[in-house]
Design a protein around this ligand. Structure first.
Ligand SMILES: [Zn+2]
Length: 272
């Protein structure tokens, strides 16, 4: 199954001996420097515009080690775009390093001080962590697991609208996993809370790392069991059963939600 293209791409987070390095440019308020095609700008570490800037390691993909430079304020040397519109037009090879860079940047900004004693932190010599200079407490980039669920009922799927969605778009339902909860429990709970229906056992489909913010989306498919749709009007403003022959505007191709919907459509179309 392919969400963003190709999970077989070899991605190695962290430092490597790879001789080829390219740098991404981001800002502390999550803008991305882009080229004339709207793709993330990738420049050599000795480019005069960033030569004296600190470079942070992201990871290696296809024999290129990616680093990023974080600008406190956008400099006039580059063109910028917001993260989300840039990300959703990318293929896997472009998506993975930018997504990872943004999450490492968020981590470094949000962990400048120790959460235990309040003293300053500094980068670990051996790994990605930040170490407190006072008490030695180590912090690592936070990953927050979410479940995202495609609910099916014969040739229909249940999709909902959050108030922050673009006009007319519907998506699969999602929510964070609570402390002490399994992913499967979270599927049952989220679905019941958001749309008031019950589902049969959810079946794992695949995952996507997603930087809004530091989420790991765990994708499940579940068949409807019983209940009529009822929404709270706040988190979910509308939810409906849609025939696969009459779908609304769907999430972008570079999302696990769309990946799961497209997979279901292709299975159904093979059956008919
Ligand atoms: Zn501390």
């Amino acid at each position: 199954m392919r969400w963003l293209g190709d999970h077989a791409i070899r991605w190695m987070p962290g430092e490597s001996n790879c001789p080829n390095t390219l740098c991404l440019i981001v800002t502390s308020d999550r803008l991305v420097a882009v080229d004339s095609s709207g793709l993330p700008l990738k420049i050599l570490p000795n480019d005069p515009r960033i030569r004296d800037r600190r470079k942070n390691v992201v990871g290696t993909i296809n024999d290129i080690l990616y680093k990023f430079v974080c600008l406190e304020t956008p400099s006039s040397d580059f063109e910028y775009e917001l993260l989300r519109p840039v990300l959703i037009r990318l293929n896997s090879e472009e998506f993975i390093p930018l997504n990872a860079a943004m999450q490492v940047m968020d981590f470094m900004q949000e962990h400048r001080y120790c959460g235990s004693c309040g003293d300053k932190t500094h980068p670990s010599k051996s790994d990605r962590g930040l170490i407190c200079q006072g008490c030695g407490h180590a912090s690592y980039p936070r990953i927050s697991p979410c479940v995202i669920i495609l609910i099916t009922r014969e040739r229909e799927i249940l999709l909902g609208r959050s108030p922050r969605f673009i006009e007319g778009m519907y998506s699969t339902l999602a929510g964070f996993i609570e402390a002490g909860e399994s992913a499967e429990h979270a599927c049952h709970r989220e679905i019941f809370e958001e749309v008031g229906v019950e589902i049969n056992a959810p079946i794992y489909q695949g995952s996507q790392n997603w930087p809004f913010k530091h989420s790991l989306m765990l994708g499940y498919r579940a068949e409807w069991k019983k209940g009529d749709i009822s929404v709270d009007g706040i988190e979910i403003v509308d939810a409906q059963w849609f025939s696969i022959d009459a779908l609304p505007k769907l999430p972008p191709k570079a999302s696990i939600s769309r990946g799961m919907i497209d997979q279901f459509l292709s299975e159904q179309n093979r059956l008919n």
